[in-house]
Design a protein around this ligand. Structure first.
Ligand SMILES: Nc1ncnc2c1ncn2[C@@H]1O[C@H](COP(=O)(O)OP(=O)(O)OP(=O)(O)O)[C@@H](O)[C@H]1O
Ligand SMILES: [Mg+2]
Length: 459
């Protein structure tokens, strides 16, 4: 589970808050329901007690007499399960009629008092009404107690509670759905921002201008200032590579001249042997510098592309011709296939550099007697360099394919100690192809062994 899902957090907090508030509301509803049920049934209790009190009369012996109107008790039994009890008492606790073991609430002369209790192990609510009946000469006090079991009341309150709880559950469910949808909608600008950044080319460090809500502005500003700093750092690095390579050329040229002088003045022997080795090392260093300069140039052009239609046939033919002497030296059969013109958007110098790298590789690594072919075709414009040497292993091919624009990842050279072998050639080829918007592919040669590199230009 991802710890920082905004959606999950919002859901959790809102649901928790809703559930808490809901519980409080539920408690309140429960209390209110109880109170309402009680006040309704209390009123009925009072009505019944009054109805009975009205039937209390003085008999001919001056005692009290009561004729219970059962209709007044009937109106109490709101449900079949509820039971009704009553008793009527004369002055000073003289029991007149009803249930003698029913408790009488403490006297409140002339008024009515309520209590909750149990009677015959049933929860009851009882009301005791105190009244007086007049004989003309004196008044005789009496009390009427009416009690009703509370099942109906409790059932009513429970029903109200259950309905409220159901409503609360639905509310929480509704909140969850709303939050889910709302978060999705609210987070869309962030997604758009992410897409806007993701679909950029790696070299594109311009400020992000996507339409974003205020809350995200700080983030966008941070990204933009980061991009600006990154751009400055990259520029610095580019300039450094370019400048360093350039600066190193002059001293290397001086070393080369000095070596030539040394060769001329020294007799063949240990000294000339040493100078020959030094020259080999010098050539390697110069090649690396040249490659680094090309990389710096590719980097510099990737900002403001200065591409124009180039005849790929002409450039490829030129590079092939240039490398014929090297091929002859390595006993390589170097051929060219392609006629007419094949126009593609590119840069002449960089395209030549790209092909030069591929051809040099083929000439260097394909082995003596190998056949190397440069092939240019039209619609779409492609240029292939194919050899019948050992080729690349699957892993090496994968690595070559993964060399992406912006990340020149040199291939670890297999041929340690070979003439070149700095591992920049294929990375440069990939970089330049990406700059042209062309795709570069590495495959096994058609003959079965050997490497086939194909650059396909966009139509
Ligand atoms: N046509 C090929 N046949 C066989 N192996 C190759 C071929 N092309 C490249 N390789 C292998 O891939 C490695 C990387 O090639 P890459 O051109 O990137 O660097 P490099 O030739 O070693 O050095 P650089 O080109 O910078 O002078 C080479 O060292 C070689 O082992
Ligand atoms: Mg190479």
């Amino acid at each position: 589970m991802k710890p920082y899902s905004l959606r999950r957090r919002l859901l959790l907090w809102l649901l928790l808050a809703t559930a808490l508030l809901g519980l409080v509301a539920l408690l309140d509803t429960w209390r209110e329901a109880l109170r309402t049920a009680q006040s309704v049934s209390d009123r009925v209790l009072v009505g019944s007690a009054l109805a009975i009190a009205e039937r209390v009369t003085v008999d001919q012996f001056g005692g009290l007499e009561v004729d219970i109107p059962f209709s007044s008790l009937e109106m109490l039994t709101s449900t079949a399960q509820d039971k009704v009890f009553y008793r009527v008492d004369g002055p000073v606790g003289s029991f007149l009629t009803g249930y003698p073991d029913l408790a009488v609430t403490a006297d409140t002369p002339g008024g009515i008092a309520f209590t909750d209790g149990t009677y015959r192990s049933v929860d009851i609510r009882s009301a005791t009404l105190t009244r007086e009946v007049s004989t003309g000469a004196r008044s005789i006090p009496f009390s009427v107690t009416v009690a009703e079991s509370t099942r109906a009341r409790a059932a009513l309150a429970r029903a109200i509670l259950v309905r409220s709880a159901l409503r609360l559950g639905l509310l929480i469910l509704g909140v969850a759905v709303i939050v889910w949808v709302a978060v999705t909608v609210a987070l869309r600008p962030l997604e758009r921002l992410g897409e806007a950044i993701a679909e950029r080319s790696p070299g594109d460090l311009r400020p992000v201008t996507a339409d974003t809500p205020e809350e995200v502005e700080a983030l966008v500003n941070a990204i933009n200032s980061f991009m600006a700093r990154l751009g400055t750092a990259l520029d610095g690095l580019r300039n450094f590579t370019g400048n360093a390579s350039h600066q190193l050329r002059t001293p290397l040229a001086v070393v080369r001249t000095q070596l030539a002088l040394l060769d001329r003045s020294a007799a063949p022997g240990p000294v000339t042997d040493a100078s020959a080795k030094a020259r080999t090392a010098l050539e390697r260093a110069e090649r690396v510098l040249a490659q680094l300069l090309v990389l710096a140039r590719v980097d510099a052009s990737s900002g403001a592309a200065v591409l124009a239609p180039v005849d790929v046939v002409a450039v490829a033919k030129g590079v092939t011709a240039e490398l014929v002497p090297a091929a002859l030296q390595n006993d390589i059969d170097l051929g060219f296939e392609g006629a007419g013109t094949a126009l593609a958007t590119a840069d002449k110098v960089l395209l030549a550099e790209l092909l030069n790298n591929l051809l040099t590789n083929a000439i260097t690594y394909a082995g003596h007697g190998a056949i190397v072919t440069v092939r240019v075709t039209n619609t779409p414009v492609t240029v292939e360099v194919e050899d019948n040497g050992p080729g690349l292993t699957a892993a090496q091919m994968d690595q070559a394919r993964q060399t992406r624009h912006g990340i020149a990842r040199p291939l670890p050279s297999l041929h340690k100690g070979a003439a070149t072998g700095m591992g920049l050639g294929l990375a440069i080829a990939a970089e330049i192809s990406a700059l042209f918007g062309a795709t570069i592919s590495f495959d096994q040669a058609r003959s079965g062994s050997g490497l086939l590199v194909r650059i396909t230009f966009p139509t």
